[in-house]
Design a protein around this ligand. Sequence first.
Ligand code: IMP
Length: 203
Amino acid sequence: MLKVLLASRNAGKLREFSDLLPSFPLVPWPADAPELPETGAFFQDNALQKAEGARAWWHLHGTEPVDGVLADDSGLCVDALWGGPGVLSARFAQDLPSYPERNRRLLAMLSEGADRAARFVCVLAFAPMPGRGHGGPFTVSGAVEGTLAFEHRGENGFGYDPIFIPEGFDQTFGELPSGTKHSLSHRARACAALRARLAANPQ
Ligand code: IMP
């Protein structure tokens, strides 16, 4: 069983990883640890930057041994916004205090009749601690296609979930039970790829 440091303070992500990776005891990123920079242009850059930054910090300051560090860089990519907010999803509309307001602003950016196609993307980077096997750092990814709702609907999940309707459903991720999200989400698909990659290269 791998003990993994999760390089994120996002409570929504932490909750989801605990459900999606039940066999990996997760150590949360400590409240007094530094913010991890994410200055890349692509999800892959940012995921690797966070995993390697967290691994270097933990190597010096970690309070318990872990086998590796897991970082998630994810976001909502909207076709009518040329893929935005994309890698900037966490920074979109930061002048507004909450997601219901940010979601309304995002929806207001689409003109009437605009293409509402969108997808959630998740890139996971795994960086093994030195001497713990699994080769060097690597990334895996997952995505889920869908469309944007016309209004913020539902309170489940986090972030942009209440405005995203996954393909094949009429409800948003904010309305669907978490089990449904976990059966098809970008993060669930990336976690499946992570488990497969670790199983194929255990040492
Ligand atoms: P980052 O990966 O920390 O840069 O932030 C990702 C941002 O994308 C989050 O803060 C959310 O706004 C959004 N996001 C990523 N995954 C999800 C999801 O599963 N549901 C809703 N919003 C998400």
